[in-house]
Design a protein around this ligand. Structure first.
Ligand SMILES: [Fe+2]
Length: 482
């Protein structure tokens, strides 16, 4: 059965309508300009501090914060809490502040002062972070997905997740995008840091730009908020070599709102030059494989899957859909390719959808009662060596299938709806591309890496392992070097 979705685009059929549209457009534009100026000048909150990781993890870290009023950037820091002998000071008055500390000593605890405006963050006006060891044998970090709080109740979910992640004492945290609900609105940033400052004031952050961070101002506020080591000042993608892990942070929302050719060339070069002794993880926001409401991103699949396969990427982590899903896929194993130009040995790649960092879950967006629909794709059949048109069905999730033992903190309703492909298929394409398990729940992913293996585990906010119905599907994997 086919369902054709209605076309909601307005059709303007005469000159009068065009004039009305032009008037409305100009009015909205003028109002937007005033609103933007208003946001920029008057509505900031005192938020932070948060610290961001750098391209030189053992020796450089940036401390950032926002002030309601424009002030100078001052920060004292040192290894003795009673003697903060090092000082950072910039004269220009501004709302966004970044004190980037260089020449730090690896494996050392540093204390830093918190400005008076942020006194709520610490009664002692002091916080601390620890620089990582260089060339250490093992380390761990946490990955958390979409947060985007819309109000203080959203902040509370972010706070729950932040507290859970902090208990893991990670060396750093990777956030998979959609940090904020709307990147240009200071109130929405305030809701984020209100819930997460206790985590990010201590554990360095590496982040991805999401569509909510990028839309409205092409990500300018997001880039202004986080001084990540971007490839270029105007870009939002970068990479970091952290011990034996190459981390590649992509931007799915460039000028065309897609990944463009220059970034793909940059990506392939990083995959090609990665050391054979390193693991390679790729982080992005767009849901490359997902049975959630945003669903499959075919453009990302076609552009990225062949590269991940060719260079044997170990794992791919992404968000966008607000739930959890795991895929294991060897490109071409299902008998089909996106295009007939592959002649290399294929690699098994783990894909983790992790959009449960505090945002409203997929059940709020309709995953339990979405329309049935069918779509078609053209794929290359390896056996017949021809391009075929395949039909894929999408069905709603079964509301009677939930994990009845899951902790109450994992969903507002304490009901974690799950998708176990071996029991019931909700979407042809997810099975086709190796979906194994999915769950509508808040969660985070922990990664522990040593010289031989990467141990990946998925956790509810109370720290317990996400294990599915009857605890029969523990979400834990050991990834060995390829
Ligand atoms: Fe998103």
């Amino acid at each position: 059965m086919f369902l054709f979705l209605p076309d909601f685009k307005l059709r303007i059929s005469n000159l009068l309508s065009l004039e009305i549209c032009r008037f409305v457009f100009v009015s909205v534009f003028i109002l937007s300009v005033f609103a933007t100026c208003d946001d920029a000048d008057n509505k900031f909150h005192n938020d932070g501090p948060w610290i961001t990781g750098s391209e030189n993890p053992g020796q450089k870290i940036c401390i950032s914060w926002i002030t309601k009023n424009k002030t100078g950037t001052k920060r004292d820091y040192g290894v003795e809490p009673v003697n903060l002998e090092n000082k950072v000071y910039f004269e220009p008055l501004q709302n966004f502040h970044h004190a980037c500390l260089d020449s730090l000593i690896p494996d050392t605890v540093y204390y830093y002062s918190i400005p008076q405006e942020l006194s709520f963050a610490s009664a002692e006006h002091l916080d601390s972070f620890k620089t990582p060891k260089i060339n250490q044998e093992s380390f761990s970090f946490v990955i958390m997905g979409d947060m985007q709080p819309e109000d203080y109740s959203g902040s509370q979910r972010v706070e729950t997740m932040s507290a859970a992640v902090a208990l893991e004492e990670p060396e750093f945290v990777v956030q998979l995008g959609d940090f904020t609900q709307r990147g240009t609105v200071p109130d929405f940033w305030h809701y984020v840091f209100y819930g997460s400052a206790s985590l990010f004031s201590t554990y360095p952050l590496y982040g991805i730009i999401g569509n909510h961070d990028q839309d409205y101002d092409q990500g300018k506020t997001w880039r202004k908020t986080f001084p990540f080591p971007f490839e270029k000042p105007e870009s939002s993608y970068y990479f970091v070599d952290y011990n034996n892990l190459r981390m590649i942070f992509l931007d799915c929302y460039e000028q065309s709102r897609k990944i463009e050719k220059e970034q793909l060339i940059w990506l392939e070069d990083l995959l090609f030059t990665a050391s054979a002794d390193s693991f390679v993880f790729v982080f992005l926001h767009g849901s490359i494989y997902s049975s959630g409401m945003e669903n499959m991103d075919h453009d990302l699949q076609v552009k990225l899957t062949p590269l991940f396969d060719k260079y044997g990427v170990d794992a791919v982590f992404y968000g966008h859909d607000h739930m959890y899903e795991h895929y294991q896929m060897t490109y071409g194993d299902n008998g089909y390719l996106f295009a007939p130009d592959h002649n290399w040995p294929h690699n098994r790649v783990h894909y983790f959808l992790s959009g449960g960092g505090g945002a409203q879950l997929e059940s709020s967006y309709g995953i339990l009662n979405r329309f049935y629909y069918v779509y078609k794709r053209e794929l290359y059949n390896l056996n017949t060596e021809t391009t075929e048109e395949l039909l894929f069905e999408v069905r709603d999730w079964n509301e009677f299938k939930f994990v009845d033992w899951s902790p109450s903190s994992s969903t507002p309703a304490s009901q974690n709806y799950y998708h176990l492909a071996s029991e019931e298929s909700y979407q042809d394409e997810s099975e086709f591309f190796g979906q194994e398990y999915g769950e509508n729940t808040l969660h985070y992913i922990k990664v522990e890496i040593n010289s031989e293996e990467a141990f990946v585990t998925v956790h509810y906010p109370d720290g317990t392992l996400l294990r599915g119905p009857q605890k029969s599907n523990p979400q834990e994997w050991i990834l060995l070097k390829k």
